[in-house]
Ligand binder design. Structure first.
Ligand code: SF4
Ligand code: SF4
Length: 327
């Protein structure tokens, strides 16, 4: 079965969402809207199994997100007034804790070692902000904190370097996040909320993710266009197709044998799969509704007849080759 540009884009979207946690919310919303629009255009989808499952998934995501967001917000509000400073530092048990803070470009993650209620070591696990800020401001902050053994009274000075203030606050809030994990009975968001937000929603979108997404989709469009041009074969027609599915919405057949009708016929013809077009041609009732709606001027019946002609040419050429080979 030919794979439409929409399907290729959907596959790319899922892969990008897996490798870029910060892009999951954007990509998930995009994917969902596209699927709903597609469903609306198709009007029926062979018993609508996709729609039913998509709707259930949407309900689960909305309820899960609402619950997790409320929980995380409550914890964050509590943390604003209950920082691991002063007296509270004496409640932080000895151990090694990991924490995350919002940086300038991307979240900053740290690992903090606590001994005798003092910070003994800070290791930066993840950092994607400016390297110059790490080498200067963050290094100085780290040294000051280690010298004091706590984060009380550590001032973040405005810096001339772009992003230094955001990065500094992100670094300190990552340490705070780690320290509160060492306090018994400190309110937490809970396993469901954190897992849900991490896996389904991912991280909040940051500059790095937005740039990475822009590059990935730009490269995809260039290569996809090149691929389509290479795969297009001569059927005697231009066969431009935007994969918009307008024809599918207009066509009374809509879907047969898993092919969206007649959009997938156009795709099959472009891929030179004339055999499939010919085999499916019996389902076309010749009403012409697709031709009236298609923005690229395609018509199911004319694609079918062009493909049948092309198929005959291909078969005749094949027979000639076999005959020539046999002498
Ligand atoms: S002409 Fe054929 S492909 Fe076009 S809308 Fe009618 S049945 Fe569908
Ligand atoms: S309406 Fe035309 S451009 Fe849109 S998917 Fe159908 S054949 Fe392609």
């Amino acid at each position: 079965m030919p794979v439409s540009r929409g399907t290729r884009l959907a596959i790319l979207t899922v892969v990008a969402a897996v490798v870029l946690p910060g892009a999951r919310l954007i990509l998930g919303t995009m994917l969902f809207v596209v699927l709903l629009v597609k469903f609306y255009r198709l009007r029926r989808w062979e018993g609508k199994p996709y729609f039913k499952y998509l709707l259930l998934l949407l309900v689960f995501i909305v309820i899960g997100y609402t619950y997790a967001a409320i929980k995380v917000r409550q914890v964050n509000e509590y943390r604003l007034t209950h920082k691991p400073v002063g007296e509270m530092m004496s409640q932080v048990a000895d151990g090694i804790y990991e924490g995350k803070g919002k940086g300038y470009r991307a979240p900053i993650e740290v690992r903090v070692a606590v001994n005798d209620h003092r910070i003994k070591d800070i290791e930066i696990i993840s950092y994607r902000d400016l390297a110059a800020v790490r080498a200067t401001t963050v290094t100085q902050l780290r040294e000051k904190i280690l010298e004091k053994g706590r984060i009380d009274g550590i001032a973040v000075e405005p810096d001339l370097l772009r992003g230094a203030v955001y990065t500094s606050y992100g670094f300190i809030s990552a340490i705070e996040d780690a320290l509160v994990k060492g306090i018994k009975d400190y309110p937490r968001a809970g396993l469901f909320s954190t897992t849900f937000l991490n896996v389904v929603i991912g991280a909040p979108p940051d500059r790095f993710t937005i740039n990475a997404l822009a590059i990935i989709f730009a490269v995809f469009l260039v290569f996809d266009y090149a691929l389509q041009s290479v795969l297009t074969r001569d059927t005697g027609q231009t066969l431009t197709c935007y994969n918009c599915a307008t024809c599918v919405g207009a066509c009374p057949v809509k879907m047969v044998e898993g092919y969206q009708f007649p959009m997938d016929l156009v795709l099959a013809a472009r891929l030179g799969d004339y055999e499939t077009v010919e085999r499916l041609s019996k389902y076309c009732v010749g009403c012409g509704k697709c031709a009236a709606k298609c923005p690229a001027g395609n018509s199911g019946p004319s694609i079918i007849s062009a493909s049948i002609r092309a198929n005959r040419r291909v078969k005749a050429a094949e027979e000639m080759r076999v005959k020539a080979a046999l002498g």
